[in-house]
Write a protein that binds this ligand. Structure first.
Ligand SMILES: Cc1cc2nc3c(=O)[nH]c(=O)nc-3n(C[C@H](O)[C@H](O)[C@H](O)COP(=O)(O)OP(=O)(O)OC[C@H]3O[C@@H](n4cnc5c(N)ncnc54)[C@H](O)[C@@H]3O)c2cc1C
Length: 383
């Protein structure tokens, strides 16, 4: 197998597999497809996850977590995705993400409540597009010790209930300083913040479009300095993309196992589908592509584990693994036939999930441009 794991990581993988089958499967019974999950079930997932040492893997050590490295997180995310359970999203504790490096007052007011599960936040990066979209991306002007923010953000996942938004803004040039990008923490309760529209994307995610109408945000809510917005927003993006790649590989693994069972079981035409040579060719492609994607995933995870900045490699892995997962799920659907198109069939919902993954956390072609730029302009990376 391409992962070649140490004994510790094999034990982690086995622990998660057992957790999925012994603890999560029974809790899934009776849950509505893509419907809300009752708090009692979430609580039971969290508690068992804590007992197994999984919950704290995404949390800083000083907060009682174990802050697992990229390789262990890759194993964990891939294995959970390969379990194909709707409860996987409640397994890990809140991840500070770009709030990781907050200090002082921001740490107390935002980071600690997020880690404790007392506050939630959303990432507000994407500008609306298409007819009626604002001509100018969300901007801010300096006003003494405040920034006054105006504009709109779209596709803000979880934004309907988030307590605050980590928002990328362009600060205009003024007598007080030059133009630059900035990451600002904007409370949903502030005057002028409005959730204009809530919508769902095809994989079931809930998002909102927000408008900011001259919202006064204290300068103290800046992450770093004006001019550092984009690098802050992209802070740990390499590892986030590695996370998407790991989930994509997990989905591909689940799918090839599903297809294996399907083509080696009986078929109404007699015999097994897997005895037909044409089916074997298609099936082998699913296996080959999954193998290649996992080799890319684990190579990138090992680079990240060794401390290398995987900006380029993470982007390459995200593009490759999510596109492979899309082809694998598509190919599986074709081999399983019409029944896989019925709403509620696991391949039908995976088909929608993997499609979204090629846009979320960076559209494939935009990441391709980034990889080319990394090589041509910066001579960086190992891709
Ligand atoms: C499930 C999901 C969750 C998301 N969650 C969030 C979130 O929490 N916060 C947030 O801010 N955003 C979120 N997004 C938005 C996501 O980041 C964007 O959809 C993505 O970055 C693409 O941006 P866009 O939709 O504006 O498309 P556009 O930027 O308009 O691009 C559309 C297409 O045009 C092409 N294209 C654009 N520019 C170029 C170019 N220069 N060269 C070649 N081709 C180009 C590409 O094919 C691209 O796919 C989410 C999206 C999804 C699907």
């Amino acid at each position: 197998m391409p992962e070649s794991l140490s004994a510790d990581l094999v034990a982690l993988r086995d622990r998660i597999r057992t957790f999925v089958e012994a603890d999560l499967r029974p809790l899934e019974v009776g849950l509505e497809e893509e419907g809300p999950v009752p708090e009692e079930i979430r609580r039971r997932v969290r508690e068992r996850s804590k007992e197994l040492g999984l919950f704290g893997m995404t949390q800083p050590v000083e907060f009682g977590g174990t802050e697992a490295g990229p390789l262990a997180m890759t194993v964990a995310r891939e294995t959970l995705a390969a379990g194909n359970t709707p409860l996987s999203r409640f397994v890990f504790g809140p991840d500070p993400g770009l709030l990781r490096r907050l200090e002082g007052d921001l740490r107390t007011r935002y980071r600690e409540p997020v880690l404790a599960g007392e506050k939630t936040w959303s990432f507000a990066f994407t500008e609306p597009s298409g007819p009626g979209a604002p001509a100018k991306p969300t901007w801010a002007v300096r006003d003494g010790d405040h920034l006054v923010v105006t504009g709109r953000k779209s596709f803000v996942t979880g934004g309907a209930t988030a307590d605050f938004y980590a928002t990328l803004v362009n600060v205009d040039e003024s007598a007080e300083g030059p133009a630059g990008t900035a990451m600002l923490l904007i409370d949903r309760a502030l005057s002028g913040v409005k959730v204009d529209r809530a919508f769902r994307s095809m994989e079931g995610g809930g998002h909102v479009e927000i408008s900011f109408d001259a919202v006064r945000v204290p300068m103290t809510n800046l992450l770093g300095k004006i001019g550092e917005g984009m690098p802050r927003a992209m802070g740990n993006i390499g590892e986030e993309r590695l996370g998407s790649a790991a989930s994509a590989c997990g989905i591909a693994l689940w799918t090839v196992e599903y297809v294996t069972k399907h083509i080696t079981g009986g078929h109404r035409a007699g015999g097994r589908l897997g005895d037909r040579e044409g089916v074997r060719l298609r099936y082998a492609d699913l296996r080959i592509e999954t193998y290649a994607a996992r080799a890319t995933l684990y190579r990138t995870a090992r680079l990240a584990e060794s401390g290398v900045d995987v900006m380029n490699e993470g982007a390459a892995a995200k593009v490759f693994c999510t596109e492979v997962a899309s082809r694998v799920v598509d190919g599986a659907l074709q081999l399983v036939g019409g029944q896989a198109l019925i709403q509620g069939h696991p391949l039908e919902s995976l088909y929608r999930r993997v499609r979204s993954m090629r846009l979320a956390a960076g559209a494939s072609d935009i990441l391709r441009l980034g990889v080319a730029r990394g090589i041509i302009e910066f001579d960086a990376g190992t891709v």
